[in-house]
Write a protein that binds this ligand. Sequence first.
Ligand SMILES: [Mg+2]
Length: 429
Amino acid sequence: MDDPLFGFCRDCLTSQRSAARRCHACGTPRLLRHAELYQLAIAHIDCDAFYAAVEKRDNPELRDKPVIIGGGKRGVVSTACYIARIHGVRSAMPMFKALEACPQAVVVKPDMEKYVKVGREIRLMMLELTPLVEPISIDEAFLDLKGTEKLHRDSPARVLARFAKRIEDEVGITISVGLSYCKFLAKIASDFEKPRGFSVIGEREAVAFLRDKPVTMIWGVGKAFAATLEGNGIRAIGQLQDMDESTLMKAYGLMGQRLYRLSRGLDTRRVEPEGEMKSVSAETTFNTDLSEASDLVPILRSLSEKVSRRLKAGNIAGRTVVLKLKTQDFKSRTRNRQLADPTQLADRIFRTGLHLLEKELDGTKFRLIGIGVSDLSDAARADPADLVDTQATKRAATERAIDRLRTKFGNKAVETGYTFGTGRRESEQ
Ligand SMILES: [Mg+2]
């Protein structure tokens, strides 16, 4: 059981005990061996360069080219494929910089609706492995496979390897898997040998494994907090391992407790299935900064429609409407409002967003506007008929009629008064 030479081949799934570099059955080097391989059951699955992979799948001409998903002069890179990454392109990099690094890159505008659909398809396949799936974003999730051996008549490790193959065959993209005994290390493991990776971190090696790693690997340690730690001479996780809990808590409060625990590989957080996607939103960076209602309102309307389309496609609804603005000098303003019932209607999202926006229009110039909903739930209880505001009920009915037309004739078939003629103004990301 605890034999470090015992494992299986990720390609042909043949079990084997050997120290050889290649599989004795199919000859590939993709052997998975680990002393705790068959005791670990918490996995983190992350799709490899997800948006770019979906675009390459759908357009084989892009396959061997550097592809950047993003857009607009002032936009940023949303995803870079692995070829573009070799040229130094990274996500969140300003587009002009990315194109300086890789001028031959093919830039593709993101098609969120498509990615949401593929993400959902993969999510449903994950749910065939275990009901304990906790999505972190559109393309990554934690899975708890404890106790599923009977159901699958196989170990979590082998079930996950088979799953990776299935995603490649049936969805046409690749994933990386991290397998461990807790979420913290499963997530670190999935990032280890991307793309098409499968890494294992066992309980017995955790402390030694973490010892020389940077503190930024710890969940919640961002740039600012890492700088604080560095100011106190702490860079490696091993230094935290040598400190006691009360010292760390005195210095950093609750975060100190987290540092103490995670640095030792102690993480008892459970995989929470109800966590679903936390919000659905859409945003736009402008080519020139805007301050006028007449400019901002039509954009807000078209973004609301986009959010609504995603909600409807995913059969979900949100109860809190969130408006996001970024000023000329890069300051963020986030405003939100909770509704009586969850909604998936563009009209309701837009009107609530408009109410929030009006209070912000004080001459400030904005470079970005975004709208979204959080508090997501199933669409079943969304948008009950409004008994007080009969106009709202009427507008909801109109919107559903427009949706049916759009499903039939395409999104551009029906434009509302707010968005008519504004289609080309924005650069979207
Ligand atoms: Mg990913």
